[in-house]
Structure formats: structure tokens, C-alpha cells
Design a protein around this ligand. Structure first.
Ligand code: NAD
Length: 374
């Protein structure tokens, strides 16, 4: 087949990033994006040359009044597409489903929807094959994507007796002004949190317990993991090597001075080139933040909620169309998005990211003294 024709319905935090990612893929064509309201984000779509369509309760007249040209309504966009990626707000994807079914397009939903919205839940590293040839998939949420990626590294190598995660969740995305808290820590009192059962929609039978709390930050989530393995690894180096060798993981070495999420996101901004996103689509781990004691492993990982599901949506397109196997799709996506590129080696041309650098401490450079957290 020629290029896969992809539409994006819902052009907010996730939708605009997914649209940019689709536009960079060598085997895909972004046929358009759909939005309900004419605002600065709609202007962004037009500025990037994306055909803009009117979705939901929006009207072409409102867009015309704002001076934003539209190419038509959602139904016209769907008629041009092989696959639609629904990135509308939580639970709205379910309402949009009959539109996609009527148009006869394959559909990819987001993690804010219930699992039943689609034929299967999807996380590329963990279950690409389960998504192949399905008519609809649900890319699991940012946190569940982070968890299932890590499971996909650990489970086949050492087995998992039980996985426990405490999720320290960001209160809001940077552009959100109506969410909080801005002061305080909110434990999710219903235990376990929904993330564990959600992870099992991707890795059936996984023994996992999750609890969550929300803290006043917008940058990233942080997971505190405790895994009881079935077989002990030789040492922490063996685990770190496995994470480093897997796409979509970035492990910071001690000398890099990345103490937490602020520097991790600063690293991402520094890495971004012209046209490349200032996002961090990898699971972020710290070399010092992983400890092995026999069969017990403790490690931290940070998840950039705004972007981690972006490459998964791209892979989901190839899965539903059955046009690639998992490893090839993941490699193609990552190359096009510059995932795994080190700041100094990023190639700025679309579709030409560089391979993971595996950066180690340069000779003669002093290791930064760790700060004590009181
Ligand atoms: P968002 O509010 O930033 O964007 C949603 C967009 O959809 C907005 O532009 C909104 O105007 C538009 N919209 C509203 N009604 C619509 C309709 N009927 N048809 C089409 N578009 C409509 O939301 P988001 O953060 O991008 O979240 C989208 C989905 O992705 C949700 O399911 C969410 O749970 C999931 N998700 C969000 C994050 C995150 O951290 N933001 C991470 C992973 C997954």
C-alpha cells in the first residue's frame, strides 16, 4: 500500500503531539486534524499546514469568525483516512466511536477511555502483536504505558513474582489552569489505583499492585517500583544494561547531575532541534536510583505525561493496518522522532533521529557529589 492516511480527531495536549509525530513518519500521511474550537492551538495546526476540520459541537462559522480557514467537517476528514486517532477528552472517544464505525475507518483511542472502547489495549514494547490487524486499539494511559514498558524489559528476563508501584502523579499539565492541587498532597484513597488492573489489559495475569498520590507539579510523574523477581539478576548492572539496550528508555548516569524531573525536562528541551519536539518520550531511569537485593529490585522511573504515549500511537497505526512487525515499527517511529538521541548528536532533519548514545562518564570528569534529601 501507499502511505497510511491518518486523521487526528481532538487536537489538544496529546492530539497536537501525535499529529506532529504522524507528519514525520516516512510511511504515513497526516490527512488532517479536527478540533472543536478556534483558538491558538487551532492556529498552530494551520501554521503547520495541517488541513483543519471542525469536530464535535464546533461550527465552521466560529472558525471563520476567528479568521481560521477550515477544510470541512469531521465526516469529510474521516472519508479521507484509513485510520483515525481519537485524542478527544476522557470519555468523549467512546461518544465518537459510532462516527468512526459509520465511516468504516480503523480507530485508535487514548487511555482516558475504558478498555471496552476498543478491541484491545496497546503498549508497543509489551504487546504489539496483540494489536496487529485489529480494527480498534486503545493506547493505554501515560502511567500504564510507563509501567508496561518496564514490565516488557523485566518479565522475559527474570520473571515477575509481584510488582508494586507507588505513582507520584503530576497535578496538571503545564497549560491546564483549572486542575490542582497547587499546594498539598492528595493520596488516591481507593486502593489499588486503576493502573494495576489497566496494566493487566496489556500483560494479562501480571501480579501487580498500584497506589497513587497527586502532588503539585506539572512536569512529570514519578513511579517508585518494588519488584520481586522470580530469578535473581547477577547485579544491578545487569538490569541497567537491559534497560539501556531497550528503545524508549533513558538512563541517567550519576555524573550527569540530573537530580529529578526539572533537569530531565531541561535535558529534553536542550535536546530538541528545530522541528523536533521538546518532549521526553522515553521512560527515564537513574543509574543510582536502582537497587538490587537478591530477588528484590527497587527503582525510580519518571514519565513525561504529555508525550510518552505519542510513539505508541504511531506504532498503533502500523499495528491496526498490519503493515509492520513491532521491532521494525518501533525503530522507524523512534528514528523519525529522534527518540534516544543525545543532545549533542541529534539530527534535525525529519525522519533522521540518531541511535541511543549510551553516554558514559567522560574520562577525567568528576562525579557530582549527591545531595542529601532531607
Ligand atoms: P486535552 O483537553 O488537552 O485535548 C482534548 C482536545 O479535544 C481539546 O482540543 C478539545 O477541544 C477537543 N475536543 C473536545 N470535544 C471533542 C470532540 N467531541 N471531538 C473532538 N475533539 C474534541 O486532552 P488531552 O490531555 O490531550 O487528553 C486526550 C486523551 O489522552 C484523554 O483520553 C486523556 O486521558 C489521554 N491522555 C492524556 C495525557 C495527559 O497527560 N494529558 C496522557 C496520556 C493520555
Amino acid at each position: 500500500m501507499g502511505k497510511a492516511r491518518v486523521a487526528v480527531n481532538g487536537y489538544g495536549t496529546i492530539g497536537k503531539r501525535v499529529a506532529d509525530a504522524i507528519a514525520r513518519q516516512p510511511d504515513m500521511q497526516l490527512v488532517g486534524v479536527a478540533k472543536t474550537r478556534p483558538d491558538y492551538v487551532a492556529r498552530r495546526a494551520v501554521d503547520r499546514g495541517y488541513p483543519l476540520y471542525v469536530a464535535g459541537s464546533g461550527t465552521p462559522e466560529k472558525f471563520a469568525a476567528a479568521g481560521i480557514a477550515v477544510a470541512g467537517r469531521l465526516a469529510e476528514l474521516l472519508a479521507k483516512a484509513d485510520v483515525v486517532i481519537d485524542a478527544s477528552p476522557e470519555d468523549v472517544g467512546r461518544e465518537n466511536r459510532p462516527l468512526y464505525e459509520k465511516a468504516g475507518v480503523r480507530a485508535i483511542y487514548q487511555g482516558g477511555e475504558e478498555p471496552e472502547v476498543a478491541e484491545a489495549s496497546f503498549s508497543a514494547l509489551a504487546n504489539f502483536e496483540a494489536g496487529r490487524g485489529k480494527r480498534s486499539l486503545r493506547v493505554v494511559s501515560c502511567n500504564t504505558t510507563g509501567i508496561t514498558r518496564a514490565v516488557s524489559v523485566v518479565l522475559p528476563r527474570w520473571g515477575v513474582e509481584h510488582w508494586e508501584v507507588t505513582l507520584v502523579r503530576r497535578a496538571a499539565d503545564p497549560a491546564e489552569t483549572k486542575r490542582g492541587p497547587i499546594n498539598g498532597i492528595l493520596p488516591a484513597l481507593d486502593m489499588p489505583s486503576h493502573h494495576g488492573p489497566d496494566a493487566r489489559t496489556v500483560v494479562p495475569g501480571l501480579s501487580i499492585t498500584t497506589v497513587a498520590l497527586v502532588v503539585p507539579t506539572t512536569l512529570m510523574h514519578v513511579h517508585v517500583n518494588h519488584v520481586r523477581l522470580a530469578r535473581p539478576p547477577k547485579d544491578s548492572g545487569e538490569l541497567l544494561a537491559a534497560f539501556r539496550a531497550t528503545p524508549r528508555f533513558h538512563v541517567f548516569a550519576p555524573w550527569e547531575g540530573v537530580e529529578g524531573t526539572p533537569q530531565a525536562m531541561e535535558f529534553a528541551r536542550d535536546r530538541a532541534g528545530a522541528g523536533a519536539p521538546a518532549d521526553l518520550m522515553e521512560n527515564v531511569l537513574w543509574e543510582r536510583g536502582l537497587r538490587v537485593e537478591g530477588r528484590d529490585v527497587h527503582f525510580f522511573q519518571a514519565i513525561h505525561q504529555e508525550s510518552i504515549v505519542v510513539p505508541e500511537n504511531v506504532d498503533a497505526v502500523r499495528a491496526v493496518l498490519g503493515i509492520s512487525d513491532g521491532p521494525t515499527s518501533i525503530a522507524t517511529t523512534d528514528r523519525a522522532l529522534g527518540i534516544g538521541a543525545a543532545p549533542r548528536s541529534v539530527d534535525r532533519s525529519p525522519g533522521r533521529g540518531s541511535a541511543p548514545s549510551g553516554v558514559r562518564e567522560p574520562p577525567g570528569r568528576p562525579t557530582r557529589r549527591p545531595r542529601t534529601i532531607k
